[in-house]
Design a protein around this ligand. Structure first.
Ligand SMILES: [Zn+2]
Length: 703
């Protein structure tokens, strides 16, 4: 008899033992997991095959629990590995992660393109005895996802479809490599102080470091420094954005701008033909699947009903933003003249960031760095948890000693109802660790709510990961206001995951929530950062215990809508261009994608794109990411979250009793129902009507 070693990775349930999931453990057990899952899948296939040939109609229990179990085992184990790879990276872990990943991808594809499972799901939908709306939604999502991957096609059509998918994958990799290389290949060496005047110390350090990396020297042959130069500016965002924002030298700003907007648009790294081929192949695939165009495929799984609905929303925002954007442009020009430009000065695209920053300082004089002292992490958490108690009647309690953690800075919290009953938990990994932790902030699922047989319920557990400023010496982690907003944002995603009451994990929390609605719960929380009581509870000086003054709070409030006409218009321009490229443009069109973009720019920009502006050639969101015909989702979800917050404003944010009542309603609908109902239905249950753009227009200062 062979004894099988118990494995921390194959446990497949409960909280992970992070310290036991070592590179060896992963190398040894991921292949075992895949083998085991293949056996389970084969067994399920045999059973379904047999049932399909003997039974007219399948039941939910015939298919779904087994299918879920296979997917969940994979998600649980690989989820732990991916999580550690993101937050505790090491060269060994990275290596085993990339060695094992193709096996995981292969198995996932096998599952997603499984003919028998597709047949079984179709049978369930058409003849099955399905009990409720949630089950119907879950099955429909599975079916449409599989259909859009070409599973319903037969013979030659399928082969053609698959070869197009492969070509598309290849093209999007080339597209993004071209953008990366074009960004990397261009740089400009600056030797004179007049060329870098205005740049803050931190930006100069970055440019001097880049010069050093490139082997540049001072005239005396020394290494570059922030104060002596030389400096090398480039097109990567950490160098490009500060340069455009602060560099006083207009001519250099122009040169850098022209290089930036023409990235990947000529020579060897030209994306123009790639864009046309991608759009053409997507179109052809859409037709194969019975859709008119790619836009319809994208919208088939989203909250937005159709292209027209998206256009209506964007048009409402455009009409509101346009007059403000025009005014903002005039204000920028006046600001430039006030500060030394002559009377005939006209604003060019390379002037916008620079004069915006000057004007912002004139109007608000906000010192973001100084403000940090008022936002120590523990104080912010206190205010956040208290807000959640007021709104959703939950209590958050730290329990970091009770569970295994992956790093000493990580904390663990339980979430309870006011009657002390535990309903969920979350990990919080707040600080930046550049050497071992991926950048950005995110919420991920550790465990999903799942009601098993009897009263056995698995409670949801979330990972909340941020990258904020760590504590230094005697100072606690002092957060920038932006970091506070990020924490509230991720906590909003976490609340939707943790306060779900859906018993089917496939639709619990954020699962099965349409992509354009998923940022509702997160952005909703951001609105609370500046609400009177919340800001008074989170903004207390870590040392002096003084509250932030009313005038500073007001500056924060006002600065939120600064230049928002221009910012809104920019997003609309991108969203509409993305939408129309995927619905109107085809290979036989008489115009190029760039020309189509320029036509749209007439109504969606206030400064015409210059001839070199080949923005599409670097629009990776839609040509190398998942946003094709979905870029509008940013604005769509913002409309929902603003409108949801407006429900509280209408009742009066200081009216505790009303806030509590509406909070309960929000918890019982948006946070509780997750993906079990259509987002329109969920929103209507909360708001009593469908969403409106009014609140976002008001919040953006565009009314
Ligand atoms: Zn988010």
């Amino acid at each position: 008899m062979t004894s099988i070693k118990p494995s921390a990775l194959l446990k497949g349930e409960g909280l992970p033992d992070f310290d036991k999931v070592t590179p060896n453990e992963i190398t040894e057990n991921i292949p075992r997991l895949i083998k085991d899952l293949n056996e389970k899948l084969n067994k399920l296939e045999r059973e379904l095959d047999q049932k399909l040939s003997t039974k007219n109609s399948l039941t939910w229990e015939d298919v779904m629990p087994q299918l879920y179990e296979i997917g969940e085992k994979l998600r649980w184990s690989w989820g732990v590995v991916s999580h550690l790879n993101a937050v505790c990276n090491s060269s060994q872990l990275r290596e085993v992660h990339s060695t094992q990943q193709p096996k995981i991808v292969r198995f996932s594809n096998q599952l997603a393109q499984n003919e028998i499972i597709y047949k079984a799901l179709s049978n369930l939908k058409e003849h099955g005895r399905i009990k409720n709306e949630t089950q119907i939604r879950i099955i429909e999502t599975e079916l449409i996802t599989m259909k859009n991957k070409g599973i319903g096609l037969g013979g030659k059509e399928k082969t053609l479809f698959n070869s197009r998918s492969e070509r598309l994958a290849e093209l999007s990799t080339t597209f993004s490599n071209n953008v990366l290389d074009a960004t990397k290949n261009w740089s400009l060496l600056l030797k004179k102080h007049s060329e870098i005047e205005g740049l803050p110390e931190r930006a100069l350090e970055t440019l001097a470091f880049a010069a050093k990396e490139a082997g540049d020297k001072t005239e005396e042959g020394n290494d570059p420094t922030a104060s002596s130069g030389p400096w090398r500016v480039g097109l990567d965002l950490p160098r490009y954005i500060p340069f455009q924002t602060y560099a006083k030298n207009r001519l250099v700003r122009e040169r850098v701008y022209r290089a930036f907007v023409s990235r990947a648009s000529d020579g060897k790294l030209n994306n123009k033909n790639i864009i046309e081929e991608i759009l053409d192949l997507r179109n052809k695939q859409a037709r194969q699947l019975g859709y008119k165009n790619w836009c319809q495929i994208s919208l088939a799984t989203k909250m937005a009903e159709n292209e027209e609905a998206v256009e209506i929303l964007l048009e409402e925002l455009r009409l509101a933003a346009m007059p403000h954007a025009k005014k903002e442009l005039i204000q920028l020009r006046e600001c430039a003249k006030r500060n030394g430009e002559n009377d005939s000065f006209e604003l060019s695209p390379w002037d916008v960031s620079f004069w915006s920053e000057v004007l912002r300082k004139e109007e608000y004089d906000l010192d973001q760095e100084k403000l940090r002292s008022w936002f120590p992490l523990d104080q912010v958490l206190n205010g956040l948890f208290n807000l959640c108690k007021r709104l959703f009647e939950i209590e958050v309690e730290e329990a970091s000693d009770s569970v295994p953690l992956w790093h000493k800075d990580v904390r663990f919290f339980n979430v309870k109802n006011l009657d002390d009953q535990k309903i969920a938990s979350f990990y919080l990994d707040p600080f930046s660790r550049p050497a071992t932790k991926r950048g950005g902030a995110w919420m991920d699922e550790c465990l999903c709510r799942n009601k098993k047989k009897g009263d056995n319920i698995i409670l949801p557990v979330a990972y909340l990961v941020c990258n904020q400023t760590p504590p230094i010496a005697d100072k606690p982690s002092l957060m920038s206001f932006e970091e506070v907003e990020t924490l509230f944002h991720e906590f909003g995603h976490g609340l939707q995951h943790m306060l779900t009451t859906v018993n089917y994990p496939q639709a619990a929390g954020i699962n099965n929530v349409e992509w354009d609605a998923v940022e509702l719960a997160s952005q909703f929380m951001e609105n609370w950062c500046l609400e009177d009581q919340t800001i008074s509870e989170i903004a207390i000086h870590w040392k002096t215990k003084e509250s932030l003054t009313e005038s500073e709070i007001n500056k924060l409030r006002l600065s939120r809508t600064f230049n928002s006409g221009l910012a809104t218009l920019r997003q609309i321009h991108f969203a509409l261009t993305d939408l129309k490229l995927h619905s109107q443009w085809n290979k036989d069109s008489s115009i190029s994608p760039d020309e189509l973009r320029r036509q749209l720019a007439e109504e969606t920009t206030v400064l015409d794109p210059i001839p070199e502006d080949q923005f599409l050639c670097a629009f990776s969101h839609i040509f190398a990411g998942g946003y094709a015909s979905g870029y509008y989702s940013y604005k769509w979800a913002e409309v929902l979250s603003s409108d949801a917050f407006a429900a509280f404003e209408e009742a009066g944010l200081s009216n505790q009793e009303e806030v509590r009542k509406i909070g309960k309603k929000y918890r019982d609908s948006i946070l509780s129902l997750g993906g079990s109902r259509s987002p329109n239905q969920v929103f209507k249950q909360f708001r009593g009507r469908l969403p409106s753009t009014k609140a976002l227009i008001r919040h953006s200062g565009l009314d």
